[in-house]
Design a protein around this ligand. Structure first.
Ligand code: NAD
Ligand code: UDP
Length: 321
């Protein structure tokens, strides 16, 4: 679909969840690449200040709307990111969370059907649940507790993948499913509740570092810039490539070692305090990224150490305001 008013080569891109942590970086990058960007958000976990610096760009528009309401606009591409990602926020109103993933995906897919837009789903490593296969490759079907406290998020995201692939098969929509692994960086909320922001804020404030369980569980953390590159490469991959594709950094670390790294990098005097492990907390997680390497020519570039330093700088400034 051409937009002669803005020039035929300018793509109009909708980002649902565009004022959140990932979404705001994506808005920024896609604007810098010369696109017209529409950020649709209900500001549940997203913040106006994440996108304030983009507000006077005339090719940027903000639409305060819930993704569970029908979307009426013209666009060439859709990134469907709307959904709280931190367990603290997604368990706050579990029914709303699953509704956002399922009804939100249907609304975004219906818009893609009407406009012919290409559409990307921000899926998650959580579709693998507490994985029995390590590292996790895209062919693994996962081990999710259907009834557990994380299922409002995990099953919502699994259902969204099912919707995406069925809209592709039945309606010939061009879809991309990206399974995002734990991502961190500037613009996470200080009260986000996920581990990297929690530990950094606790360390900078000199509060106890709260480790859930004994800290032997593992995660693999990727820096935001690597994810943004991966998302854009996935969107621009050949039409026949639908994914799912894992995007994550295979550098795996135990949570206790993450705590120690953050204490060292911040020069903090915080002590470690152990708290109960939440139910169904995955024991281990590491992406197999062979597919992303082969099809997208994507590789994470930012080491955990350098990504943490940048994120610590961000939170230092945030907390001084
Ligand atoms: P976030 O919570 O910072 O951002 C989510 C955004 O969606 C927020 O701006 C929020 O206000 C918005 N939103 C939530 N419900 C909405 C609704 N009903 N209608 C409209 N907007 C709504 O989280 P994030 O880390 O930026 O994650 C973005 C996406 O990436 C999510 O879909 C998440 O599931 C996925 N993801 C993120 C990670 C990660 O580590 N950051 C990992 C896997 C998947
Ligand atoms: N975690 C922790 N302390 C915190 C927050 C989280 O030990 O203050 C643990 C959590 O139990 C999990 C890991 O860190 O084992 C990653 O948690 P997060 O919520 O960031 O991501 P997810 O579990 O969704 O991968």
């Amino acid at each position: 679909m051409g937009f002669s008013y803005y020039g035929d080569c300018m793509k109009k891109i909708l980002i649902t969840g565009g004022s959140g942590f990932v979404g705001s970086h994506l808005c920024e990058r896609l604007l810098a690449e010369g696109n017209y960007v529409i950020c649709l958000d209900n500001f549940f976990t997203g913040r106006e200040k994440n996108i304030r610096h983009l507000r006077n760009n005339r090719f940027f528009r903000v639409l305060e709307q819930d993704v569970t309401e029908k979307i009426h606009l013209a666009c060439d591409e859709i990134y469907n990111l709307a959904c709280p990602a931190s367990p603290v926020y997604y368990q706050h109103d579990s029914i709303k969370t699953i509704t956002t993933s399922v009804i939100g995906s249907i609304n975004a897919l219906e818009l893609a059907k009407k406009t012919g837009a290409k559409i990307l789903q921000a899926s998650t490593s959580e579709v693998y649940g507490d994985p029995q296969v390590h590292p996790q490759h895209e062919g693994y079907h996962g081990y999710v507790n259907i009834l557990g406290p994380r299922s409002c998020y995990d099953e919502g995201k699994r259902c969204a993948e099912t919707l995406f692939i069925n809209y592709h098969r039945q309606e010939k929509i061009r879809v991309k499913i990206v399974r995002i692994f734990n991502t961190y960086g500037p613009r996470m909320r200080s009260d986000d509740g996920r581990v990297v922001s929690n530990f950094i804020v606790q360390a900078l404030k000199g509060n106890d570092i709260t480790i859930f369980g004994d800290g032997s569980q593992t995660r693999s953390f990727q820096y935001i810039d690597d994810l943004i590159k991966g998302l854009i490469l996935a969107m621009n991959s050949p039409d026949e490539f639908t994914g799912p594709v894992n995007i994550g950094n295979p550098e795996e670390i135990r949570i206790i070692d993450l705590a120690q790294s953050i204490i060292k990098l911040t020069g903090s005097r915080s002590k470690i305090r152990f708290k109960p492990l939440p139910q169904d907390d995955p024991r281990q997680r590491q992406p197999d990224i062979s597919l992303a390497r082969a099809v997208l020519n994507w590789n994470p570039e930012v080491t955990l150490n350098s990504g943490l330093k940048k994120t610590i700088e961000y939170f230092r400034k945030e907390l001084n305001h």
